[in-house]
Ligand binder design. Sequence first.
Ligand SMILES: *[C@@H]1O[C@H](CO)[C@@H](O)[C@H](O)[C@H]1NC(C)=O
Ligand SMILES: *[C@@H]1O[C@H](CO)[C@@H](O)[C@H](O)[C@H]1NC(C)=O
Length: 389
Amino acid sequence: MPNISFLPLSPCKLNAMYRATVLLVSLCITWQVALSVTDGLLPNGDFEYGPKPSEMKGTVVTAKNAIPNWEISGFIEYIKSGHKQGDMLLVVPVGAYAVRLGNEASIKQKVKVTQGEFYSLTFNVARTCAQEEKLNLSVSPNSEPRDWGILPMQTMYSSNGWDAYAWAFHADGPEVEISIHNPGVEEDAACGPLVDSVALKLLSNPKRARDNLLKNGNFEEGPYMFPNTDWGVLIPPHIEDDQCPLPGWIVDSLKAVKYIDREHFTVPEGKRAVELVAGKESAISQTVKTIINKIYVLTFYVGDTSNSCVGSMVVEVYAGKDRTQVPYESNGKGGFKRAKFVFKAVSNHTRITFLSSFYTMKSDNSGSLCGPVLDDVKLVSVRNPRRHL
Ligand SMILES: *[C@@H]1O[C@H](CO)[C@@H](O)[C@H](O)[C@H]1NC(C)=O
Ligand SMILES: *[C@@H]1O[C@H](CO)[C@@H](O)[C@H](O)[C@H]1NC(C)=O
């Protein structure tokens, strides 16, 4: 459930689900007021409240503040689920409406945050034209120059055309403006991604557990996941987002990894895990302090998510330059096994990296990428190495 401490209300659009969490009620508090969200949809983050008919021309939104809680610019369309474009039917995953970001279009919202903390945005997006589409994510203020993230949308990971992406940022002020922008300029101004359901989560910095040298080894801390979608959340690589939405870890590759939940996938341990969806192009790593010549034991689960991802899989694990391979035979029905890797540290810092050796595609003819699941990664140093070799 979204934990929203304070919501904009317009008497015409009082939503029963939110009624209980409203702390301050006054007539038509307007959308210019920044609100605080720590784990849930942004106000009107699902775009269910739309422009008045007088603020639209066909599907195109004509006024800057026409979509409650948002400020728009550029070519924005307000799309109802079931809308036909050419021979394509646009279906919206959550509720009945979404926005389409055409040429140079952006949507912005101000939110109250806790300065100094890390946050992660999660949003659903669908590509609608054949072109390469991208989204530019940014927040302001931002103490780092040129700190925006350009997320390419050309690889589709889910079967139905929608993917969820996470993007993390550091709050450099008590209030930030979040912006999602389509930097593209296409011949057809209406070509651009559909965006729905924008949510925010305050990320906690997980403490290292006593029995584990790795932080967030079980991946329980991570971006917001929509309870009503079953396609997980893509965590973009470091090159596109230098603040990883998975605290402790770095997505150290060209492509994303997928964050998955127990509600919709088979997860070996706890509520969350990671699926290595893009072969060697999706890798996840963490660097730990080690003592030279000491022996370390790394244990973890490798499995499949019961999403028709069938075949012979191999997870490659690196500890510095040491490497091992863990084969896993997936029948796509959700199994897992515990694997162990013993290594001797050769440096005072060791980078632990996991990747999938092969590309795998779902056996449901969707052509979507999938791969082995990784969970519950533990690293300990041992006094008596022989017992582990
Ligand atoms: C991304 O968005 C930011 C903020 O709106 C802007 O300053 C920057 O120029 C954009 N980057 C690209 C490549 O479009
Ligand atoms: C770690 O190793 C590097 C080079 O191997 C060395 O320069 C550095 O002083 C070491 N740091 C510690 C804390 O031992």
